[in-house]
Design a protein around this ligand. Structure first.
Ligand code: UDP
Length: 251
């Protein structure tokens, strides 16, 4: 067991708190029960959401690592704590879309549910003060958050994550519609997947359900006031647990 002491709070986001520890190569992330949408204009406390997202995210990170995708994940502890490597997170939201939904359908004439092949990769500037705007090529270049080599690496990694997760979710009867990734560099310069991957950050539709509301098993249930948010997240966890063992306790 690698014992560690919790250190000061480094950062508090909408869904998680990140703490330093007494070990320089270890951060502790607490998943909160708070749900937010529309840049935190809509908020609620949903009991058990933190635990569900922590578990789902941990299992997905473990599956990605077994599939050769580097992540910041090290293990879980208790019900809603995840241990991770410190990374310098690039302030970009990397969104991959396999099926049209959400903001895409509000911004261009495309019917929700339209398959996107090849999957669309969209980059957004991660900054609540600007409401996470979509980035044009020119703006991305102007921001200079990554160089062209890193940009290619980042996109290739995000597409690799998509390939692995599409296959995994299809096996458990779920359509991975779209998802958001955050990526960062470790102290030794490795590009890794960071943050979380959960029904808060993915759209997941039950492939066995036709109704376009009933099939939703992700944060759109909260965004659209459909109810059953925790039940939906619980269903995702149950299915993921059916095919991935774990998650492993840290230490
Ligand atoms: N997403 C996210 N955080 C954000 C914005 C989007 O996790 O700040 C996820 C969202 O849950 C969905 C995907 O990224 O799975 C694409 O979201 P979209 O651009 O359609 O925006 P939305 O409709 O959520 O505003």
């Amino acid at each position: 067991m690698t014992a560690y002491q919790l250190g000061p709070l480094l950062y508090e986001g909408k869904a998680k708190r990140v703490f330093q520890t007494d070990q320089p190569d270890l951060l502790a992330v607490e998943f909160k029960d708070e749900a937010t949408a529309f840049n935190a204009l809509k908020k609620a406390e949903l009991a058990e959401k933190g635990t569900l997202n922590c578990r789902i995210s941990a299992l997905l990170f473990e599956h990605l690592q077994h599939s050769g995708v580097p992540t910041h994940y090290l293990g879980v502890q208790g019900r809603h704590w995840m241990l991770v490597r410190p990374v310098r997170v690039i302030p970009l939201e990397v969104v991959i879309r396999n099926v049209a939904a959400g903001s895409l359908c509000k911004q261009m004439p495309i019917e929700p549910g339209t398959p996107l092949d090849p999957p669309l990769l969209d980059l957004y500037y991660k900054d609540d003060a600007y409401a996470d705007p979509f980035l044009s090529e020119a703006r991305l270049e102007r921001l200079a958050l990554v160089n062209s080599e890193q940009r290619l690496e980042l996109e290739a990694l995000a597409r690799q994550v998509n390939t692995v997760l599409l296959e995994l979710f299809a096996r458990i009867g779920l359509q991975l519609v779209d998802f958001k990734l955050e990526l960062g560099f470790t102290a030794d310069g490795q590009l890794v997947v960071a943050d979380e991957i959960s029904p808060d950050t993915c759209r997941l539709w039950d492939l066995d359900v036709d109704d376009d509301k009933d099939r939703i098993l992700d944060k759109d249930r909260f965004r659209q006031d459909l109810g059953g948010v925790i039940e939906a997240y619980g269903e995702v966890l149950k299915r993921v647990q059916g095919v991935i063992q774990g998650p492993s306790m840290y230490g």
